[in-house]
Design a binder for this molecule. Structure first.
Ligand code: NDP
Length: 329
């Protein structure tokens, strides 16, 4: 028997999450069984612990879109019992049972070996949010961003999971980093992660009729979308890029194409879920070298399975700072 956070749907269509003891026979099919050590809380987890957001197909459901742990049984040549592994993406925790349990069973191709230099706890402090931040940095670099840029790189939704890790990585690589937050109390936290400038969310939330404004940013990692992304596109320096990661502010994009046509601005889509194996490995290796572990430590908020219903609701309201690390044992 092992502990899992089970989400059930009542007859009235409402969901309810509780910690239960279940047997291994309840685990879904898959060639590799993992003893989960740590998981975390991403925005999507908030949806899957709560109302589902159209992501969960079947109930009862175990959420948790990422986990780190040790292989306990494997029918696949790539993994042996005792191997340390990490899982992000592949709709685990949405369509498939996820990491909010002491055991998980998954397809081998969804796993990557725990990157050298990281513990399982650190890997989940990074989690899907941090991996996505790294993928965004890599995409900006691939499109010509270098640390000698005169203007800062903007990070929106900066106190969140993606934003916090993005700020810490960019600052460590030598970029000037402007961090957008709607929570002024987090300014000290963001400066400690390496932000050189704090931008009030309200400043970029105001819409403008001007399709182009003064060039303010060398590039941007955007976790917010909607009106803020539209506004930022008009402030990017000539030839610069925005990595679009999230929709914390909304899924629409009320923008014009003028920044693309007159300034050669690039809008780069970032997806962590179906990211090919080789690039996921490359991103994890970059995290191990480019993210200072003491900065990562300062982002961590420890939690257990029992805390998850509350934390899921909090992250949907934008009230979680940094990264939650869920200890399964
Ligand atoms: P968090 O909730 O941790 O962070 C989001 C941050 O955005 C908040 O902390 C807050 O930061 C800011 N924010 C919240 N609401 C608003 C709003 N209405 N307007 C402007 N800013 C707002 O989530 P994550 O960091 O885990 O994820 C961020 C986004 O990225 C989500 O939309 C998520 O779905 C997406 N995502 C996408 C992935 C991909 O593969 N593309 C992978 C992982 C996440 P502050 O208080 O500092 O302003």
């Amino acid at each position: 028997m092992f502990k899992a956070l089970i989400v059930e749907k009542n007859e009235d269509g409402k969901t309810h999450a509780s910690v239960q003891e279940i047997g291994e026979d309840r685990l879904p099919e898959g060639a590799v069984t993992v003893d989960v050590a740590y998981s975390t809380v991403n925005y999507k987890d908030g949806l899957c612990i709560g109302p589902g957001g159209g992501l969960v197909r079947n109930y009862p459901h175990v959420p948790g879109i990422d986990f780190a742990g040790t292989v306990s049984a494997s029918d696949h040549e790539c993994y042996q019992p005792g191997d340390a592994v990490v899982l992000t993406g592949w709709r685990v925790g949405e369509v498939h049972w996820g990491g909010y349990a002491q055991k998980a069973r998954v397809k081998p191709e969804w796993l990557v070996p725990l990157p050298e230099g990281l513990t399982a706890r650190q890997a989940m402090a990074v989690g899907t949010a941090g991996l996505t931040a790294m993928l965004a940095v890599m995409a900006l670099e691939d499109h010509g961003l270098t640390p000698d840029a005169e203007l800062p790189v903007l990070v929106t939704g900066a106190s969140g999971g993606v934003g916090s890790v993005a700020v810490a990585i960019l600052a460590n690589l030598g970029y000037k980093v402007a961090a957008v937050t709607g929570r002024p109390d987090n300014a000290g936290y963001l400066h400690d992660l390496g932000a050189t400038e704090i931008v009030d969310r309200a400043e970029l939330a105001e819409t403008t009729r001007k399709p182009l404004e003064a060039e303010r940013w060398a590039g941007c990692i955007d976790a917010v979308g909607s009106a803020m992304l539209a506004r930022v596109l008009g402030q990017i320096a000539y030839g610069g890029s925005v990595a679009a990661v999230g929709l914390a502010g909304g899924a629409d994009l009320p923008a014009t194409v003028i920044p693309f046509l007159l300034r050669g601005v690039n809008l780069l889509g970032i997806d962590s879920v179906m990211q090919p194996y080789d690039n996921r490995l490359r991103a994890w290796q970059r995290i191990a070298t480019d993210l200072p572990m003491e900065k990562l430590e300062s982002m961590i908020h420890p939690a257990t399975l029992d805390d998850l219903p509350q934390l899921g609701a909090d992250i949907l309201k934008g009230q979680v700072r940094g990264r939650v690390v869920v200890d399964l044992n």
